[in-house]
Design a protein around this ligand. Structure first.
Ligand SMILES: C[S@@+](CC[C@H](N)C(=O)[O-])C[C@H]1O[C@@H](n2cnc3c(N)ncnc32)[C@H](O)[C@@H]1O
Length: 341
C-alpha cells in the first residue's frame, strides 16, 4: 500500500505530465510494446471500462482512441486518489471526449460504481500501489459476471525498478553526500549581503563558501564522468538549473533566489519519495502469484501473465489479463494458474 502523500502525485500531474515516466522520451503517450499490449486487450469493444489509478489518464486516452473512434461507443472512467483534473491540466476539451470521465480523490479500494456494472477494469502501474486483497474483490464486485481485467504492474524483474534505484543513488549524491542545495543557499546569502562583486570577494566567508561549493561540484563532475548509466543525465540538468540562478548576467542581490533553490530541492525530494514508493509497491514474484490467486478467487480465469519488454526501455512490468463468465478472450486460451517469470 502506498505511503506517499497524495499531494506528491497532485503536484506531479499538475505539471501536465501525461505519463508517469519523466524523461522516458514518450511522444505524448506510451508507445511500442506497451501500446501493443493494450491494443491487443481492446481488439474487441467493452461498454464501460474503468482505469484504476489513472493519473492524468494516459491509459484512458489510449483506450478512447482504440474504442471511440470514429464513433463514441464506450464509457471510459479513470479513478485516482490524487486530485487530478486531466481535462483541465492537459487542456483537452471534454466535448471531444464525450464518454470519458475522471473521478478524483477516490481510493481504488472503494470504487464508486454499482455492483455488476463494469465490463473491463484495467490499470497500469497503479493497482500495486493499493492493498490488493481489498482492491481485487472490490473490482470483482463492480465487474459484471461476464467481464475482464488487465494490468501492467511494477515488479521485481523490471528494468524500471533497476533504473529508478540507480536514479535514487544520483539524488543521494546531491542531497546527502555533497549537500549541493545547502551550499548554493550559502552562496545566495553571501551574494545577497553585498551590492558589488568586490564586496563579495572581500567578505571573509567568501573563500570557504566558494571553495566548498567548487569542491562539491568537482566531485559531482568526477562522479558523472565515471558513470555509464543513462540516469546520470538527471544530475547535469539539476546543476544547470542551479548555476543559472547565479549566472553573471543575474543581479547579485535576488530576494527570490533562495525560494527557487528550495523549489529545485523540493522537486528532487518529491522524485525521491515517488521512487521509494515505487520500490515498496513493486510486486515480488511471490506477490505476483498472490495477485493471480486473488484474481482466480474472484472467479476469473487467467488469460496471460507475461513481462512487457519495451524496445527502448527494456522490461517495463508484468502484465496480467483475466476473464470471467466467458468474456471475450481475444482468441487467447485460458491458461491455468502458473507463474510467467
Ligand atoms: C505511477 S502513477 C500511474 C499513472 C498511470 N496509470 C500511468 O499509466 O501512467 C500511480 C498513481 O496511483 C495513484 N494511487 C496510489 N494509490 C492509490 C489508491 N489507493 N487509490 C487510487 N489511486 C492511487 C497515485 O495517485 C498515482 O496517480
Amino acid at each position: 500500500m502506498s505511503q506517499l502523500d497524495p499531494r506528491n502525485w497532485d503536484n506531479f500531474w499538475k505539471r501536465a505530465n501525461v505519463t508517469s515516466m519523466e524523461g522516458a522520451d514518450f511522444r505524448g503517450n506510451y508507445d511500442l510494446e506497451i501500446l501493443d499490449f493494450w491494443k491487443n486487450q481492446f481488439s474487441k469493444g467493452a461498454d464501460h471500462v474503468v482505469d484504476l489509478a489513472t493519473g492524468n489518464g494516459a491509459l484512458v486516452w489510449i483506450v478512447n482512441d482504440l474504442l471511440n473512434s470514429p464513433e463514441p461507443r464506450s464509457r471510459i472512467t479513470g479513478v485516482d486518489l490524487a486530485s487530478t483534473s486531466p481535462f483541465e491540466t492537459l487542456k483537452r476539451r471534454p466535448a471531444d471526449y464525450p464518454l470519458v470521465k475522471f473521478v478524483q480523490n477516490t481510493s481504488i479500494e472503494a470504487l464508486p460504481f454499482k455492483d455488476d456494472s463494469i465490463d473491463f477494469i484495467i490499470s497500469q502501474w497503479g493497482l500495486e500501489y493499493s492493498t490488493l486483497c481489498n482492491t481485487i474483490p472490490e473490482a470483482s464486485r463492480v465487474l459484471k459476471p461476464k467481464a475482464r481485467m488487465a494490468f501492467i504492474c511494477h515488479y521485481e524483474g523490471s528494468s524500471i525498478l533497476k533504473d529508478t534505484t540507480m536514479k535514487l543513488e544520483k539524488f543521494t549524491v546531491l542531497l546527502e553526500k555533497e549537500v549541493v542545495f545547502e551550499r548554493y543557499l550559502e552562496l545566495d546569502a553571501l551574494y545577497n549581503s553585498h551590492t558589488s562583486q568586490k564586496g563579495v570577494q572581500s567578505d571573509p566567508r567568501h573563500s570557504r563558501i566558494v571553495g566548498s561549493l567548487n569542491q562539491a561540484l568537482y566531485s559531482i563532475q568526477h562522479y558523472i564522468g565515471r558513470s555509464t548509466d543513462p540516469s546520470i543525465n538527471v544530475l547535469p540538468k539539476i546543476l544547470n538549473n542551479l548555476s543559472e540562478l547565479f549566472a553573471p548576467r543575474q543581479p547579485l542581490k535576488q530576494p527570490r533566489r533562495a525560494k527557487d533553490i528550495l523549489k529545485l530541492k523540493d522537486n528532487v525530494l518529491a522524485s525521491v519519495a515517488r521512487i521509494e514508493d515505487l520500490r515498496a509497491a513493486a510486486l515480488s514474484y511471490d506477490e505476483c502469484d498472490e495477485l493471480e490467486a486473488l484474481i482466480t478467487e474472484a472467479g476469473f480465469a487467467m488469460v496471460e501473465r507475461k513481462p512487457i519488454v519495451h524496445s527502448r526501455l527494456g522490461n517495463v512490468g508484468m502484465a496480467f489479463a483475466a476473464a470471467r463468465g466467458g468474456a471475450d478472450l481475444n482468441g487467447s486460451k485460458i491458461r491455468g494458474h502458473s507463474a510467467g517469470r
